[in-house]
Design a protein around this ligand. Structure first.
Ligand code: BGC
Length: 808
């Protein structure tokens, strides 16, 4: 397998949905699924184009009530391109005979290619070779190039190139009962001979979208005018060209498309901008060259190279690739968050969850400007989070579990269980821990970048308001002399209420309480860090008093953490009284039990009754914090903490988790990386396969799982190198899986690029020329200085159990 391409060697209609998601091309501004140009939305294909931040809201009456959903809108399909020989049908690879089919996604260049040999019912054989890109340097441009070669026939041929705005959101079967027509057609026209233009608007958010397509034709290298025809109907415009071809000729169709919307800056209006962009755009070849160049710059920053690990390398790159298509340097200038399912499909409606926790670490060490922009997405919605807190009876700021355009709570109120066909109340908005994740992400970003200005101006305000929220959510329990946080859900979505309770919510979810304790302590420290002037300004604007800060410290030291009798950390208070689940029996009965919540509900039972988790919950703590940091938090809370506690807690939950979320294996692999390397590697392999093989049984065609994708890279980046920044010090503690003999990557630490090479038992860290003031680097808690040579080389001495300078 080539490490830089995702290859398919045959057409498989059952796999098309998956391939379309995996072959999506994007640039952080917009993305388009890898559907073929001639395909139409239906059972097999689903062309979809999504704009970062392009949402619209619709209402539907379901189960006797009107519910509102905000969706990432499927925008007009700009891919439409097809041909037919005179008297023949429009090209449809499934109608005739496919003699050869090759498809490949070139990760290095960001190009999707297809080559096929097709025989139609009249025995005409045609070779079609296509390339497509969504420009990484010019975010409004996409381009397609088709080579059509009649192998054994000659005659007239028509090519049709269209823009189709009659599309709806139909990419997720579970949502089919919900309203899905978001676009209102505005106009179609032909601003110049070779260019067509389509304008549409979303019906509620009033987002105007303009696409312009320039289609040009060459036969054997010569431009061809041919007979032109324009076809138009509401929301659709096509350009049809008819010309002569002789067997062996090569016709090249080049379609360059520009998309602008009313969210864009520095334009007069989208229609004009789209037309200008497309008129000024270079040829496909020129665009390809500049596009490749930008991708090569991105790869210089972002590549992670493995020695060994079989197919891991290509998949890891595929994951980095999809991350950069969803968010890229273009995101820095946009007001967008990072959707959990990428810009690759309609699952979860393009909403933003806590998955940022899994995505930001990769960006922090490479393009932290993107993290900053994504954190600013949260900052701009701070007022909405304040409103949410007040509505729920709290103070400060409470971020929504699912966030979209304006930061209100977008979680659905009911969801469909496809197994039973029933609409079930959805309480997932009780996952208050998302606010802790926002605070945590602020702090981690600042640690890696030392961006004090961000901390003082945006970060501190978010941290203080989130700390305030947690302080207001904590209630004093006089009996146990601890603070409780009640009525919440942890990350494990299988548990949303106690078995016999009428009201949703659980008490003292350990993950939530420990995160709250961390936020409260961190906020108090940040208060001391931001300088007198900013402290005063924020104290005045937020009416913060010294007393309130001291309350945060007090509460942060006295939150309750439930333990089971045998000392295991409890997922939430009362978890140990739930019934054990018959894992073996259910596996035997159903095979795939990832979503046993749905299976049990369909049987009239409830997963709430069992010690069965969808995903890592308590274990998140060992994922987010190093053992040292967690030790400090437990000491702050005055609870015991030991290596045995970590190991027994991991073991306990590992046996009781269905991994119904792709995030779960990322976390479990991480927490096992040092205690059970083999199992950690097995889980890592499964994380790698989650999307490429659609391991969750049909979810990837609806959108990739970006948290798991980025998490897989982070497992290598931080998990196996022990990379961490704490107290301003870069720390490493490498522990490579047996299957890997080495790894190489570049890291950005506080504005400087470092190169990290791990090769067998050797570690080399190289700093850039002229970086004299390299700070301390800790490898397994020993101090090393890069010094004048700009480089440290160490080898691990098993005898001494530590790293030694490598003088060889
Ligand atoms: C998981 C959540 C996650 C969401 C979006 C759900 O299935 O349980 O933890 O945030 O997917 O990825």
């Amino acid at each position: 397998m080539n490490d830089w391409t995702l290859d398919y060697h045959a057409f498989d209609s059952a796999q098309e949905g998956l391939r379309e998601a995996l072959c999506t091309l994007g640039n952080g501004y917009f993305a388009t699924r890898g559907a073929a140009g001639e395909s139409e939305a239906g059972e097999i294909h689903y062309p979809g184009t999504y704009l970062a931040g392009g949402y619209n809201r619709l209402s539907t009456e379901i189960a006797g009530r009107v519910i509102e959903n905000e969706d990432l809108v499927n925008l007009p399909n700009w891919l439409c391109l097809t041909f037919r020989p005179e008297g023949g049908d429009w090209f449809n690879p499934m109608a005739g005979e496919l003699l050869d089919y090759q498809q490949s996604l070139d990760l290095k260049a960001g190009v999707l290619r297809r080559r096929l040999l097709f025989r139609d019912h009249q025995g005409r054989e045609t070779t079609l070779t296509t390339q497509r890109l969504v420009h990484m340097g010019q975010p409004h441009l996409g381009a397609i190039e088709w080579y059509i070669r009649p192998e054994n026939w000659s005659g007239r041929i028509s090519v049709r190139s269209a823009l189709d705005g009659r599309v709806i959101n139909a990419g997720v079967e579970r949502y089919r009962q919900l309203a899905s027509t978001h676009l209102v057609p505005l106009s179609t026209d032909t601003p110049c001979d070779d260019t067509i233009r389509l304008q549409v608007e979303t019906c509620q958010s009033r987002l105007r979208i303009a696409q312009a397509a320039r289609t040009r034709l060459r036969v054997n290298g010569q431009a061809v005018e041919g007979a032109h025809q324009i076809l138009q109907e509401s929301g659709y415009i096509a350009h049809e060209m008819t010309f002569e071809l002789t067997a062996g000729d090569e016709a090249v169709v080049e379609k360059v498309v520009a998309m602008h919307t009313s969210r864009d800056r520095a334009i007069a209006e989208p229609g004009l901008a789209a037309c200008q962009s497309v008129v000024r755009a270079g040829t496909f070849t020129e665009l390809l060259e500049s596009h490749r160049r930008v991708w090569s710059h991105l790869w210089q920053r972002c590549d992670v190279t493995l020695d060994g690990g079989e197919s891991a390398q290509m998949i890891l790159r595929l994951h980095i690739f999809h991350l950069l298509q969803t968010v890229s340097p273009h995101s820095v200038d946009l007001d967008v968050g990072v959707p959990a399912r990428g810009l690759h499909g309609e699952a979860y409606r393009g909403h933003i969850f806590w998955d940022e926790l899994f995505i930001f670490p990769f960006l922090n060490y490479r393009i932290p400007e993107i993290t900053r922009a994504l954190l600013c997405y949260r900052y701009r919605r701070l007022d909405e989070a304040r409103h949410l807190a007040r509505e729920a009876g709290y103070q400060g700021a409470m971020y929504p579990w699912q966030s979209g355009s304006d930061g209100r709570e977008e979680s659905q109120q009911v969801h469909l269980n496809p197994k039973s066909g029933r609409w079930i109340p959805d309480h997932s908005a009780l996952q208050r821990h998302v606010s802790a994740a926002v605070a945590f992400n602020v702090w981690r970003y600042v640690e890696v970048t030392d961006d004090r200005a961000f901390l003082a101006y945006y970060g501190a305000e978010m941290l203080f308001e989130i700390a305030r929220f947690w302080a207001s959510a904590a209630s004093w329990n006089a009996q146990r002399k601890r603070y409780d946080i009640c009525g919440v859900m942890g990350p494990d979505e299988f548990h949303d209420h106690y078995p016999d309770a009428q009201t949703p919510g659980l008490d003292n979810n350990t993950y939530t309480n420990v995160m709250a304790a961390w936020v409260l302590a961190r906020a108090a420290k940040v208060y001391d860090m931001i300088g007198e002037q900013r402290r005063q300004e924020l104290s005045e604007t937020l009416s913060l008093t010294e007393q309130e800060i001291s309350d945060w410290t007090t509460i942060g030291r006295a939150l309750f953490v439930p333990f089971h009798e045998d000392g295991i950390l409890s997922q939430f208070e009362g978890y140990e009284h739930l019934q054990e689940f018959d894992w073996a029996g259910y596996r035997e009965r159903y095979g795939d039990i990832h979503r046993l919540d749905r299976l049990l509900e369909a049987e009239g039972d409830s997963v709430n009754r069992y010690k069965a988790s969808k995903q890592a919950d308590v274990l998140m703590l060992f994922y987010l914090f190093s053992a040292e940091e967690l030790g400090d938090i437990f000491a702050q809370l005055d609870y015991p903490f030991s290596r045995e506690l970590i190991l027994s807690t991991i073991d306990y939950y590992q046996q009781r988790t269905s991994h119904g979320s792709t995030l779960s294996r990322v976390v479990t692999s991480w927490v096992l990386a040092r205690s059970d390397r083999r199992q950690a590697w097995d889980l890592f392999q499964q994380v790698l396969l989650s999307d490429i093989e659609d391991r969750q049984g049909g979810t990837t065609p609806e959108g990739i799982h970006l948290g798991a994708m980025a998490g897989s890279v982070d497992l290598i980046q931080r998990g196996h190198t022990g990379l961490e920044v704490r107290d301003g010090v870069l720390r490493l503690n490498p522990c490579l899986p047996e299957a890997l003999s080495g790894l190489h990557m570049r890291l950005r630490f506080r504005g400087h690029w470092l190169e990290l090479d791990l090769d067998g038992g050797r570690l080399t860290l190289t700093a850039p020329e002229g970086w004299a003031g390299l700070e301390r680097i800790l490898v397994r808690d020993q101090v090393y200085w890069v010094g004048e040579s700009q480089r440290i080389a160490l080898y691990f001495s098993p005898d001494e159990g530590c790293w030694q300078p490598d003088r060889g």
